[in-house]
Ligand binder design. Structure first.
Ligand code: NDP
Length: 239
């Protein structure tokens, strides 16, 4: 099995932390990136460099990649997982929440792509995995701006996949349904949060971050000439 450097954004909680453990168990050195450094260090994983990064800062993203590569060699896989979900009704929501989501969920992913893709093309190998959402395929109540960001992630991922396919670089979309993480906690409306919790209960519970991490590892572990273009996975009872 390859022991190439795997970079994971949003590794300080939820799906990203579960991915860090799964890729570490598979023997990979890791570059873990999120704004909060302590929770990443607390994972206590071997060969893991943790750097505090805001993914909206493209230059800082490039500097972090350079630091990781100086320690562990070239990036084999970048997982653009960092994201926020600020739910709200379009006529009520504070537009600064839309800007925040667009910057983190879309510009953050593009910044990651920009930091590694030219070098992957030049080396004719590499994998970029973008975490979108089932909300990048269908809409949900109170999700207009969040869906806009995740439809964008689906679109840019598939577009870039086509651009670099002949360079032997894989670009993959992971689209989870509802997962038990901190994601909902940043939504400001208590009524929307309560409704979301009820919805989770109605479907008999959501899936766990480890399930997403295993699916992501599966996609990565295919041979380089096999690209699992997209995985959509959700609780069986989720609509
Ligand atoms: P969490 O809130 O638990 O984790 C989000 C991660 O993103 C944190 O590590 C956070 O770290 C990081 N992050 C947020 N903003 C920034 C930023 N500006 N710069 C760097 N890192 C940032 O949620 P999840 O684990 O659920 O979310 C991970 C991804 O999965 C997101 O893209 C989300 O949209 C997607 N997803 C989640 C679903 C769910 O139901 N949970 C369903 C479908 C998709 P820090 O705050 O330390 O910066």
């Amino acid at each position: 099995m390859s022991k190439e450097l795997v970079v994971i954004t949003g590794a300080s909680s939820g799906i990203g932390a579960a991915m860090a453990k799964a890729f570490s168990n598979a023997g990979h050195p890791l570059l873990l990136l999120a704004r909060r450094i302590e929770p990443m260090q607390a994972l206590n994983l071997p060969n893991a460099l943790c750097i505090s990064l805001d993914v909206t800062d493209g230059e800082a993203f490039k500097a972090a990649i350079a630091e990781g590569e100086a320690q562990f060699g070239k990036v084999g896989c970048l997982v653009n997982n960092a994201g926020v979900m600020l739910l709200g009704l379009a006529h009520e929501q504070d537009p600064t929440e839309w800007t925040r989501m667009l910057n983190i969920n879309v510009m953050g992913v593009l910044n990651g792509v920009h930091a590694v893709l030219a070098d992957m093309k030049a080396r004719s190998t590499g994998t970029i995995i973008n975490v979108s959402s089932i909300a990048g395929r269908k809409t949900f109540p109170n999700h207009a701006a969040y869906c806009a960001t995740k439809f964008a992630v689906h679109a840019l991922t598939e577009n870039i996949r086509e651009e670099v396919a002949m360079d032997n670089v894989r670009v993959i979309t992971i689209a989870p349904g509802a997962v038990e993480t901190e994601l909902l906690s940043h939504t400001t409306s208590d009524a929307i949060k309560a409704g979301y919790e009820d919805w989770k209960t109605e479907m008999g519970g959501v899936i766990m971050p480890e399930t997403i991490a295993e699916a992501t590892l599966f996609a990565w572990q295919q041979p380089q000439n096999v690209c699992v273009r997209e995985i959509v996975l959700a609780a069986t009872k989720q609509q």
